[in-house]
Design a protein around this ligand. Structure first.
Ligand code: NDP
Length: 324
């Protein structure tokens, strides 16, 4: 038996409760993992509160990521005692996820914990950090260099945003952080932001082309904010679009693309290749401060229900760990 946060469909509502489950209820993955930590991402909050159509199969154990220790394995790549990370692959959406003491998944979805990284550090980074790193890598591959000008991060106090600010600053970029919560400006500056910009400045209909401001951007907000960033991106700049916290529609024109050579880079962390995952995790291990994992709140499975509501209400900042 093991404890898990279980989501059940109750009419149009989602009911979330901590329950004792039987191991034989777990999916037949080829690796059984003792979960040390999971984390609370935007997608988890949408699933737990029932605010978004995240869950594809009921009942569901949420948790799109986890880090832990292998308890049993039929996969030749993993042995009992190995420490592993899982992010993505529809876990916590179509397959039972990390907000449980145990999870059974396919070995091919796992990556080994890099070097000396602890499970706690891995989940303080989590899907959000992986996405931030993939966004930075995409900007670099698009040729965006620190000397080309400022890089904007939107939704900067959130999980992806706050790690993106740190990673860009560490890589030498001038970072401008956009936030709807200017009360956290001092914290964002501590993370490495050179400037903090209020959300109201972006959340407006853009002109087809505006004054050129950004060499690059990491955007977790989407919607009008993304449209505005595109119209303000400098010649040959690039925008990594990784999120939708502000909306899914993108009403823009081709002008930034054809007159300024702006590149729009789509970022997906769920189904990226193992090779790219390993490269990103290795860089994450090297790029974040030694005490990074001590800066996140740790919640129990029970507390994750309220934390999910708080995340969507804009009451949390940075990363939240879940310890089953
Ligand atoms: P968080 O909730 O931690 O961060 C989102 C941030 O966006 C908030 O903190 C807030 O920042 C800002 N925000 C929230 N609502 C709005 C709004 N209505 N308008 C403008 N800004 C808003 O979520 P995560 O960091 O976990 O995820 C961020 C986004 O990235 C989500 O859309 C998520 O789905 C996406 N994502 C995508 C992945 C991928 O593979 N592409 C993987 C992981 C996440 P502030 O208060 O500072 O303005």
């Amino acid at each position: 038996m093991f404890n898990a946060l279980l989501l059940e469909e109750s009419g149009k509502e989602t009911k979330a409760s901590v329950q004792r489950l039987n191991e034989n209820q777990l999916a037949d993955g080829d690796v059984l993992v003792k979960v040390d930590y999971s984390s609370l991402n935007y997608k988890d909050a949408m699933a737990i509160t029932g605010k978004g159509k995240i869950v594809r199969q009921w009942p569901m154990v949420p948790g799109i990521d986890f880090a832990g220790t292998v308890l049993a394995s039929d996969n030749p790549d993993y042995r009992i005692g190995d420490e592993v990370i899982l992010t993505g692959w529809g876990v916590g959406e179509q397959h039972w996820g990390g907000m449980a003491e145990k999870a059974s998944v396919k070995g091919e979805w796992l990556v080994p914990l890099p070097g000396t990284m602890s499970a706690k550090r891995a989940m303080a980074i989590g899907t959000a950090g992986l996405t931030a790193m993939l966004s930075l890598m995409a900007l670099e591959e698009a040729g965006i260099k620190p000397e080309q000008g400022p890089v904007l991060v939107t939704g900067a106090t959130g999980g992806v945003g706050s790690i993106a600010v740190r990673l860009l600053a560490k890589a030498g970029y001038e970072v401008h952080a956009e936030t709807g919560r200017p009360q956290h400006a001092a914290w964002l500056r501590d993370l490495g932001a050179n400037e903090v910009i209020e959300r109201a400045e972006f959340d407006k209909e853009p002109a087809a082309l505006e004054s050129q401001r950004w060499a690059g951007a990491i955007d977790g907000v989407g919607g009008r904010t993304l449209a505005r960033i595109l119209s303000q991106t400098r010649m040959n700049g690039a925008v990594a679009a990784c999120g939708l916290a502000g909306g899914v529609a993108l009403n823009t024109t081709v002008m930034p693309f054809i007159l300024r050579g702006v590149k729009l880079l789509g970022i997906d962390s769920v189904y990226i290749s193992k090779e790219r995952r390993l490269a990103a995790w290795q860089r994450l291990q090297e790029s974040l401060p030694l005490d990074f994992e001590e800066q996140s709140e740790v919640y129990t499975l029970e507390q994750s229900i309220t934390a999910a509501q708080d995340l969507l209400a804009g009451k949390l900042k940075g990363r939240v760990l879940i310890q089953p």
